[in-house]
Ligand binder design. Sequence first.
Ligand code: ADP
Length: 617
Amino acid sequence: MTTEHVSYGRQKQAVVWVFVATVLAVLAGALAIPRAETFFVDRAQTEADATLRVVASGVNQMAARFEPLPTLFAERPVILNALQDPDNEGLIPFVNEQLRLSALSVGASDIFILDPDGLTIAASNYRDERPFIGKNFSFRPYFQEAITGQSSRYHALGTTSGERGFFFAAPVLDGINVAGVLAMKVTVADIEDSWTGLGRDIVIADPNGVIFLSNRQDWLFRTLTTLSAQKRQSIETAQQFPLSQVRPLSISTDVIGMNSVELSVDEPEGSETYLVESLPIVLPGWHAIVFWPLAPVRTSALYLFLIWVLFVSVIALLSFIVVQRRMRFAERMRIQQDERQLLEKRVEERTADLNIANAILKTEVEERKSAEGRLRKTQKDLVQAGKLAALGQMSAALSHEINQPLTAVISYADNAATFLERDRIEDAKDNISRISQMADRMARISGHLRNFARRPGDKLKAVPIAQMIDEAISITAPQLNSRNARIEFERPKDAVLAVGGELRLQQVLVNIFSNALDAMSDQETPVIHVSVAHSQDAVQIDVRDHGPGLADETIEQAFEPFFSTKEGGEGMGLGLSISYNIVEDFGGRLTVRNHPDGGAVFGVSLRRADQQRMVAE
Ligand code: ADP
């Protein structure tokens, strides 16, 4: 969001810059308009100059061409002849024709001969409807001047033809006398026609400032200045121009430069401003003048300004587009860079995460290893502690088991000694036999221990189960008697054989009987039930007592070595463990369960033995 904001800000700034630059450029253009105008005016001036030269040279050539001609023609003898004999009907038509041909050949509109009174005696236009012949031109200044013996020039609106023309006149000399005047009229229409292509308002003004030639027909005979009354009088006298048309142009001037003026012509149709250039021509006092309309020049400057504005606008638009594109490009680049950086950062982060995870894993692995090490050590310690505990338990049990008979033996021995001293031989014997019993018991204890440490592998054979049970009962007899207890044995009808070892099976049974008696220690006349069941393959001996039975945990652990619930070190917890292993060695199984009617039931299941086969084996 921040980057977008920044980019938007920069874009706005760039747009503002482009706008400011555009406005400045347009302003500069506006300020430059006058300069542009000056430039265009200068150019117009140059062009006007060139036009002026063309115009002037046209008039100059005309003047130069026609000026000498009247003198030349006047020297022809036939001209003088005609003047000398104006009524010669044979000669005058000939002269007329001569003049016509001459006019045609030099391009003059009329050539005519005037007698000393100013009367036309012969003329090239003799064939025209209104020929000059018979007309008197004595009022014309060119006549008045030529008749005095000088060449002359004049310009006027033709009184007969109604056409403007230059008049060139020369005296016709008869020796030193002036016999008459030869005049030549040249119309100006041709010269004006040659200006049509120039496209500007062109004026040829006479020394009085009267416009005599112009491609603006409405300006003809208008004056550039106000004429004096005297001048107007002389125009009227010479019938030079129709005086009604001779009125000044409404001009207001404004000097532009050395040779040019800015000039406004106010006409009924409207006012127009011109750049005006003038140049003197060969005719004394005459001027060629070019009127160059300034409006198009000013329009050009304005157009230039408009083109400039357009150009600036296009440049502004282009710059705007370029700025925008560049910014978009920069923006794209920046986004790409950001993305790249983000990616790099992520990669770095991931790498860092991985490194951390790696380090954690390493630490965990090390911790596991050390934990494993600790565990192993703890296990070892535990095993060691277990061993020590077992050793301790065993030592306690051993010392208890052996101490009791040993103490008894010592006291019996002391008693026996006392009895012998007193010659109570029978009592001494009795004590000695008790000593013997105690020694037996101690021997049994050591036997138990030996059995516990015994390795299996003693030979198995077919043993008669009922007989084994009888013998076990008889071994237990002293205990039974002392406890006023009995064993009820449900003897099987057939002699049943099972796989086992005689002594070891008896040992198992004696241990079970002994435990049963212990369980019923609080009973007056404890009874143990022994039953035998058999099938094709198995023999099952069940020993049931009427004690409290075994708690669930006790059932689970009864066969584990050194497990005993008997208090005061009475039990070593080895009896059932040893018995279990013995029955396993026989390929049988020792189990315990509680009877539904109370008491525990120890079951010895054995493989049934085949007498013949066993003997054979
Ligand atoms: P000990 O007799 O030295 O305790 P045993 O291995 O012979 O060791 O017996 C283990 C335990 O099993 C006894 O401590 C006793 O709790 C339990 N037990 C054995 N026989 C019986 C029984 N007939 N009735 C109840 N509990 C019994």
